[in-house]
Design a protein around this ligand. Structure first.
Ligand code: CA
Length: 420
């Protein structure tokens, strides 16, 4: 009851999110999902079920991508998820794990291969236990898709193996680790987009900006998940950054002097701004609307996440999430390049306001400079319509008022008719 009450208040205080949620639900009320499952073969159906059980949010975006890409991206995701499950499994001996990571890509061509030695607590263990299903569908993909997926899997496995006993010390290490686990995903996706025929050849030579797409998402998650990761003894924040603020990495979440931890958090956020120009350039290149949505939603969610984390002490204590209504609003709005620019501008403004309260922060000047420069450059590219000059919350409030007014009039009408 109290959570419903809280939800109600959140909606009331953010009417623009309520309106977007209603519009979004109307637009997406008949998902393709059931359709795909009905038409699919047994193995493919199983793959989509795995996709849903491993990532609900990713399953939703993938349903909407162009059919030329849908299965390939689903399999690509499951293959990398399988590899990641091995990387994360703390119950596997390190030397055995290294050979598993290095060899994983070769199993893609081994009909019937599966892996049953995951620790029981690994929640994605069932995927590896029935991995032969993924292999079967992988082998049905076009040759260019297969080669891309196996090549990325090989490189990612090598990178993960390299970092099994290597710490993330410098910012350069951090970029390298994120390249292996996320940047490569972006590089592979660009190739899949090109081979699908939906995007042009420039996607084949876009490694730098494709890499940035992955880095931006990965860094947003690494910043947001710091509490959970450190409690589980995983550390992804580079020593070069945290050692300027605290003596031990765990002080970030345990220290009583949270101002130092927040300064560290803000310096981590500062680093992510370097990727934004590449993200914008990448989004500007996309032609197919379904590819655009597929790429733009995670990137706009990432800036929303970084904005929620910036200068926010709560990140050190719990998993800070963006509001559900805010997430739906982003999914609703991020459907073309101009709207995405507006979302970036909106969060840059929010972040500037948040950091302006902390002039004592050592990164304060750099943050303000970075944000202002991005704000100017991105803002200059936005095309504003007349509607943009009226605050969205006013418009949303007006629509809600109008609906309530119509309901009231209708009820009066019914009552009056009844009495007549
Ligand atoms: Ca991992």
């Amino acid at each position: 009851m109290s959570s419903n009450f809280k939800n109600f208040f959140t909606w009331v205080s953010h009417p623009e999110e309520l309106v977007c949620s209603i519009l979004y639900l109307l637009k997406h009320s008949t998902p393709d999902e059931t359709n795909i499952k009905m038409k699919s073969s047994g193995e493919l159906k199983k793959c989509y079920q795995f996709l849903e059980s491993t990532s609900r949010s990713f399953a939703t975006v993938i349903q909407e991508i162009h059919p030329k890409l849908r299965n390939a991206i689903c399999i690509y995701y499951l293959v990398l998820r399988g590899l990641d499950t091995i990387e994360d499994d703390m119950g596997i001996n390190i030397n055995y794990k290294r050979s598993l990571l290095l060899d994983f890509h070769t199993h893609l061509y081994e009909i019937g291969w599966s892996f049953e030695e995951s620790s029981p607590e690994e929640k994605d263990a069932p995927l590896l236990m029935e991995f032969h299903v993924v292999i079967e569908e992988f082998l049905k993909l076009d040759r260019a898709y297969q080669d891309t997926i196996s090549d990325i899997t090989k490189q990612m496995g090598e990178g993960m193996a390299k970092y099994l006993d290597k710490r993330i010390n410098t910012v350069e290490d951090w970029n390298e680790y994120c390249h292996y686990v996320a940047g490569l995903v972006g590089i592979g996706l660009s190739k899949l987009f090109y081979y699908s025929g939906l995007e042009d050849k420039s996607f084949l030579d876009s490694e730098k900006i494709s890499n940035s797409m992955g880095l931006y998402l990965q860094k947003a998650n690494i910043i947001r998940d710091v509490n959970e990761d450190l409690l589980d003894d995983r550390r992804f924040w580079p020593t070069e950054i945290w050692s300027k603020h605290v003596n031990y990495i765990r002080d970030i979440i345990l220290s009583k002097q949270s101002d130092k931890s927040v300064h560290c958090l803000n310096e981590m956020c500062l680093n992510t701004f370097d990727h934004v120009p590449d993200v914008i350039e990448y989004l500007s290149m996309i032609r197919d609307p379904s590819v655009f949505n597929f790429c733009a939603i995670p990137q706009t969610m990432a800036i929303a996440t970084i904005s929620a984390c910036l200068n926010n002490e709560l990140v050190l204590k719990e998993n800070v999430k963006i509001r559900k209504g805010e997430a739906i609003r982003i999914m609703y709005e991020a459907n073309n390049f101009n709207n995405c620019l507006k979302i970036f501008v909106r969060y840059l403004d929010t972040m500037k306001a948040k950091i302006s309260k902390s002039p004592e922060d050592p990164s304060y000047k750099l943050l303000i400079n970075k944000i202002s420069t991005l704000r100017t450059n991105i803002g200059a590219r936005v095309k504003y319509g007349l509607f943009d000059y009226i605050p969205r919350s006013y418009v949303a409030g007006f629509i809600i008022f109008l609906i309530l007014y119509l309901i009231k009039s209708f009820m009066f009408f019914v009552i009056a008719a009844h009495h007549a």
